[in-house]
Design a protein around this ligand. Structure first.
Ligand code: MET
Ligand code: ZN
Ligand code: ZN
Length: 418
């Protein structure tokens, strides 16, 4: 058997801590990361409790010699989406490594890899150059609840005095794997809305034909939404727009029928209520008012006894009403530092993209803090939220080298920032 690589071993140990919803073990995760961080010279740590005791947030700090410069904050969320063990080829919290180096675990890509890579990169920087002196302060935060909206996590943290005192000038968050040899980088997210559409109508005998039953009205809606979805998807299929620049409206649940008490449904009554749930994602350029009007007029018209409820999960515009976008050109000095750092270690970046999903970066962009999404995983299938999520050890280790370059560059960067 090959010798254990300590960094890979730390990654596997972290993956074995089950922080999947609905019952994430944040306490064990934070204590593990805290121990790992304090094993590295020059790092200071603090644990914050911004809500309940079982939702800690870990802050790691690499102090710079010039504390008057705005700091850089790297983020990794502690939580994961649930896994269905019976559908996996290896148990999702085993972090089993196959002979070709694939490490299987929920969170391997999203986003426990970067959590460990940040720390191992700092460890390597000081091992290679014990005299390395950061000028600009760099922080890492490990936050709870990203996967359920970040309300008790990054949203709360961003409002805290501790955060204000950190004077964050630039934020680096998770990105996504790329299937080719280039790293992907994201300058905006799509914003999530949870949409519930409800229909009510007269109940009736299962044999009767009549208009405006709840089921009929809901099914008409489902068809209309499906048509909208198809039109958006056609733009993607025709290559007009990338997936992340259209509005997606995906059905996530259907609820109707009368429970007959034995886990089955009453079959000879047409129900008086029916409902459908949709996960909507809006690109930063979309007009939210236009979509709301479409929902009210076409998807859930009151004239057909329909109602709807939208939960907007986080901000869509900043305080000046501008979309939450970070500049990826020379006007943004942070972008230049980032790009040069990735290229300095031999990495190639593909054209900056909007992320199809959503991250905690929106809570920074809404405060005007430039933010990029980046997870150095290339030549890797995109498996976040899927069965059999894995990351190859060699890809993980190469990512550490990329962060060494990024962290050195940001902590040495003394230039002016807007
Ligand atoms: C509900 S906020 C978004 C959480 C998660 N990162 C997603 O994109 O689905
Ligand atoms: Zn994530
Ligand atoms: Zn996720």
């Amino acid at each position: 058997t090959p010798p254990l690589n300590p960094a890979v071993n730390h990654f596997q140990q972290y993956l074995r801590i089950n922080t999947a919803h609905p019952d994430p073990d944040y306490t064990t995760a934070v204590s593990f990361l805290n121990n790992l961080a304090t094993s590295i010279p020059n790092l200071q740590t603090r644990t914050l409790h911004l809500t309940t005791p079982n939702k800690p947030l870990l802050l790691v700090t690499l102090p710079g010699s010039n504390p008057s410069l705005p700091s850089v904050l790297l983020n990794s969320h502690l939580d994961s989406v649930p896994a269905e063990p019976s559908k996996w080829s290896h148990p999702p919290f085993s972090a089993l490594k196959t002979p070709d180096g694939k490490i299987y675990a929920r969170g391997a890509q999203d986003d426990k890899s970067i959590a460990i890579q940040y720390l191992e990169a700092i460890r390597n920087i000081f091992q290679q150059d014990p005299g390395f002196t950061p000028v600009r302060t760099l922080h890492i935060c490990y936050v709870p609840d990203e996967e359920i909206g970040g309300f008790d996590g990054m949203d709360k943290f961003a409002e805290s005095n501790q955060f204000k005192e950190m004077n964050v000038g630039f934020f680096l968050d998770e990105g996504q794997a790329s299937t080719n040899n280039e790293y992907r980088v994201f300058y905006a997210d799509r914003s999530p809305w949870d949409l519930v559409i409800k229909a009510t109508g007269k109940p009736g005998h299962g044999s009767r034909m009549y208009d405006n039953s709840a089921m009929e009205n809901l099914m008409k809606s489902v068809e209309v939404v499906s048509k909208f979805r198809e039109n958006q998807f056609d733009l993607v299929k025709a290559g007009v727009l990338p997936n992340s620049e259209v509005i997606s409206a995906n059905p996530v649940y259907l609820k109707a029928g009368i429970d007959s008490g034995d886990g089955k449904f009453v079959m000879n009554v047409q129900p008086s209520e029916a409902e459908a749930g949709y996960n909507i994602r809006l690109p930063p350029t979309a007009d939210p008012d236009l979509l709301k009007k479409r929902i009210a007029d076409e998807w859930a018209p009151a004239t057909r006894n329909m109602s709807y409820h939208i939960v907007e999960k986080g901000p869509l515009r900043d305080y000046k009403g501008r979309p939450l976008i970070t500049a990826t050109n020379d006007s943004n000095p942070w972008w230049t530092v980032f790009k040069n750092a990735v290229e300095a270690c031999g990495g190639k970046l593909s054209k900056p993209e909007i992320l199809a999903s959503t991250t905690d970066a929106r809570y920074m962009r809404v405060r005007g803090i430039p933010s990029l999404g980046f997870s150095p995983m290339k030549n890797t299938p995109i498996l976040l939220h899927e069965h059999n999520e894995f990351l190859k050890d060699a890809v993980f280790l190469e990512g550490i080298k990329v962060y060494e370059s990024i962290i050195k560059a940001f902590s040495s960067f003394e230039g002016a920032t807007p």
